[in-house]
Design a protein around this ligand. Structure first.
Ligand code: IMP
Ligand code: MG
Length: 380
């Protein structure tokens, strides 16, 4: 249980392991057995739904006398706060009249629930009522009702798992997690996710460096990432290397996994600048889904545009400086331009529809283009 979990808008970190909970339950069960073993009546185990389901199950298995299971459903929590009012959602599922009752609660916090339960159960004619709770927050509990069996005391923090929920989810985790306020704040802080488009020769590299510096972004270039992961020998890197060595394309899942890794692990930035991803609508959709999981979204697409004629000129000019013969060939250049248009056009439509597409005229000076880019980014 080393990983934090996200439930709705909050992050929870590991707190009590399953083994610890189980040994607390063993202790409680031993005490109850000592008090009831050999009894001639059939006491009622009253499971307070929903939170106590898991605890009741574990406790029941350990009891060495006959019990009858009755349930009822109460609710007092809204999100991570007690409302102070207990609502009876479902009444007692069976009669407790004249019977000894052991109320089984997951956790006692303010104690409002327990006080109401006592009233209800005694009002229904139970001959004796004892309270058994898996957990207790003693700093918060201020009522006089005696808590006969307490599994474990915990500080006043909001927890989930082992039956306990945050707005109805989290009950199924086998360990218990506690709210992590710092990570939750980070999660809810909207990060910026910019996508950079631009044909070869548009000055993407130069502008990306300026964007990264001004807005404190992490530049993610998929090609570079692949090389880094391979060099680092990460699991993804090894997968990618095997594919590349075999002459195969690196599939979307691998690229997407790498990018998601960056989103998760790079800290101390205000956002990301994606360069070379997404390349297809499918990847754009995957990116949206990946971000939506954490209530994030693409901020905007910054597309640096220059006319095809200028692309050709710039590539040729660069070729003369760098002596790259491949760049100087007209047919190759025309092909690269065509590929760029074919590939990018559908994505432009995709982001335009989402109202996130910004096109910047890349024909001016570096400074000129840069200030246009900054002005656009400030708008989003
Ligand atoms: P009380 O009435 O304030 O004692 O609250 C008891 C009920 O509130 C429990 O049965 C739980 O359903 C819920 N509750 C209290 N503390 C927590 C918590 O930390 N996590 C999840 N639910 C809690
Ligand atoms: Mg409860």
């Amino acid at each position: 249980m080393n990983d934090s979990i996200i439930l709705h808008d909050k992050v929870f970190k590991p707190y009590l392991s399953y083994d610890k909970i189980i040994s607390a339950i063993d202790g409680v069960a031993a005490k109850i057995n000592a008090d009831y073993e050999g009894c001639t009546d059939i006491p009622v185990l009253l499971c307070v739904l929903n939170g106590s389901i898991v605890f009741t199950g574990e406790l029941m298995k350990r009891l060495k006398f006959n019990v009858e299971l009755v349930s009822m459903k109460l609710t007092s929590y809204d999100g991570v706060r007690s409302t102070g009012k207990v609502r009876q959602v479902m009444g007692l599922s069976g009669s407790v009249k004249g019977k000894r009752v052991i109320v089984v609660e997951d956790i006692v916090d303010t104690g409002n629930t327990i006080v109401d339960l006592m009233d209800i159960v005694l009002g229904e004619g139970a001959s004796d009522v004892r309270i058994c709770t898996m957990l207790l927050k003693p700093e918060v509990y201020k009522k006089d009702v005696k808590l006969d069996y307490v599994g474990m005391e915990i500080p006043n923090a909001f927890i989930v798992g082992f039956g306990l929920d945050y707005n109805e989810i989290g009950r199924n985790y086998k360990d218990i997690y506690v709210l992590d306020p710092v990570a939750t704040e980070q999660l809810n802080e909207k990060m910026k996710y910019y996508i950079l488009f631009g044909p070869p020769g548009a000055g993407k590299g130069t502008q990306a460096a300026a964007m990264v510096e001004k807005y404190n972004l992490c530049h993610i270039s998929t090609g570079e990432l692949l090389r880094k992961e391979i060099a680092a020998g990460s699991e993804l890197g090894l997968k990618a290397k095997a594919l590349i060595d075999a002459g195969a394309l690196v599939p979307d899942e691998v690229v997407e996994g790498m990018i998601e890794n960056q989103f998760k692990t790079v800290k101390g930035v205000k956002g990301f600048l994606l360069d070379g991803f997404p390349r297809t609508i499918a990847q754009a959709e995957a990116l949206d889904a990946m971000l939506a999981k954490n209530s994030q979204e693409v901020t905007s697409v910054v597309s640096i545009m220059i006319p095809d004629k200028m692309i050709t000129e710039r590539i040729k000019h660069r070729a003369t400086i760098e002596g790259r013969a491949d760049d100087a060939n007209d047919a190759t250049i025309a092909n690269r331009i065509k590929t760029y248009h074919d590939k990018t056009e559908p994505l432009i439509g995709y982001y335009r529809k989402a109202g996130k597409y910004a096109e910047i005229d890349g024909t001016g000076s570096i400074e000129d283009v840069r200030s246009k880019i900054f002005a656009t980014m400030d708008k989003f």
